[in-house]
Design a protein around this ligand. Structure first.
Ligand SMILES: [Zn+2]
Length: 169
């Protein structure tokens, strides 16, 4: 697993149980895969001149713990025990500030298109690995913790496939 250290992280509140995974999708520029733009965004190095869309987002201070690329390769930006900045204003079952108690995983993709089989394979093994060390109880879409504001990872994300993979011994 490739490690790229994001400056967009801090300590979780003391004693926080990390019980939630929040799934996202991202592609930069939107709809284009590969390239370094996601890594640049999460390390505050995105060149606003490189694409018109980058001008809108280059000032954001955001990150996720992990990115699963289209080929299934995984990049870690923030260690799971630290807080990444992925969910924004959010709540899960009445509990606000999901960044405090969640692990954020980005899937390279869009809200409209299916994800790759290799991404499910990597996502399942990543979540299983997290479950060995963290009391993960729930997996939610960004759209579920920030309804009306976010739509990722989108309707094409195959929840049944993920849950079946996680249920296999
Ligand atoms: Zn998201």
């Amino acid at each position: 697993m490739k490690i790229v250290d994001s400056p967009n992280q801090d300590e979780r509140p003391p004693g926080t149980e990390i019980s939630l995974v929040v799934l996202h999708s991202i592609s930069l520029p939107p709809g284009e895969y590969g390239g370094e733009a996601i890594e640049r965004l999460f390390t505050n190095c995105l060149d606003p001149q490189a694409h018109p869309y980058f001008q809108e987002i280059c000032g954001l201070k955001v990150s996720a713990h992990f990115l699963v690329r289209r080929d299934g390769s995984v990049v870690q930006f923030v260690p799971p025990e630290r807080r990444a900045w992925h969910a924004g204003v959010s709540s899960w079952r009445g509990r606000e500030r999901c960044n405090d108690f969640s692990v954020g995983i980005e899937l390279e993709g869009t809200d409209e298109a299916p994800f790759e089989p290799a991404q499910y394979v990597s996502l399942i093994s990543l979540i299983r690995r997290l479950q060995h060390t963290l009391p993960i109880r729930d997996i939610a879409a960004h759209s579920e913790v920030a309804p009306g504001r976010k739509t990722d990872p989108g309707a094409q994300f195959d929840w049944a496939r993920l849950l079946a993979g996680l249920a296999q011994q």
